[in-house]
Design a protein around this ligand. Sequence first.
Ligand SMILES: [Zn+2]
Length: 439
Amino acid sequence: MRLADGDIFERDDMTRVRIAAMTIFLSGAVVDTCAAEQLILRGVNVFDVTSGELLVDRAIVIEGDRIVSVSPDAKLKSQVDDTVLNFTGRTVIPGLIDLHSHLLLHPYDEASWNDQVLKESIGLRTLRAVPAMKKTLEAGFTTLRDLGTEGAGYADVALRDAVRAGIVEGPRIFAVTRAIVATGCYGPSGFDPRWSLPKGGQVADGPTEVRRVVREQIAAGADWIKVYADYRRKLGDASTPTFSQEELVAIVDEAKSAGLSVAAHAGTSEAIRRAVLAGVSTIEHGTNASSEVLSLMQEHNVVLCPTLAAAEAMATYRGLIPGEADHPRLVAVRAMFKRALDSGVTIACGSDVGVFSHGDNARELELMVKFGMTPKQALQSATTTAPQVLGRREELGQVATGFLADLVVLESDPSKNITRIRNPILVMKGGRIVHRRTP
Ligand SMILES: [Zn+2]
């Protein structure tokens, strides 16, 4: 049944109960009564992320948490029992994926990173992450790889599990837990050596110890391992490599033994080179990556998460006027992004959100376009590319049959103008509507 644009027709709960009872009675067995119920989005234009084309006037049929068909709308005959959402002329894209978030952080202009790590309780930080997850969903981001709790222990695992259990609303989370740092190579720093302060990562040195912490983090629920392959030794210093080749190899080997992949924070060419040769899957930031090392990444199928939005946010906190691009940090990042595009390395959306406001993840895609990508490429970086990194290419990142029904309905086509991904009309995660507004 067709209704006015944006209207939602839902059968009443008693009808559902009656059909459920009937299904059980007829089959003589207890079945998933929702399985036969279909939710249909009609009249939509679907952004095909693989071809980059807009498929006009389609019907998307969803059953349970999956998309069961995407077909020309005119050919679809819906049943009276189906729930129909009519969004004629609106654009549907897959749920967006940000591969670099920090749900346990909030913007540094609200509280410095040091203060968050040292003064805020893990309880407070975890509770603050709950509305942050909601804002993330409302922005159309249905999956996050959360790259470190920054001193909040295993709170990301708790968030992930609470979302899975339906206790709180949030995106799918791939958690790295504490992240691994070398002695003297992470904050909080700059204090007199007699103070022993908690760190933003888990300290480990030497091949034996790094293997032990990888095992510890996996046992505590990590889905990914993160290592800081370079960092500054003192505030104001330039970054230098932290872990030796041998240590990085041990980290990747131990993670891979358990079927996990490794993300490396690295901005210097030497740290990137070591991390790539050790077998990491992604490089985070890559701020000063040379063309040679970007080509090495490309040869080894290592993906870059450029975190442009965090660089811009940090520049803003240090006095950049928004819209200007002459802050030295941003100039360097922009030049790196151009080298990355020229090198052919795969680039995924990873924003470092948490440094700036949760729900503002689209800022990364907007900067990607501002710095040289087409809107289609930017969309692909947050849809098809990201699931390849996550090892979930069969079920995430596409509006296609068999994929999880993570969908975002937009007013108009974002492949023409990337800012159109903001303020979705409707967001669905796993076949469930998690956000909707009146268009
Ligand atoms: Zn980060």
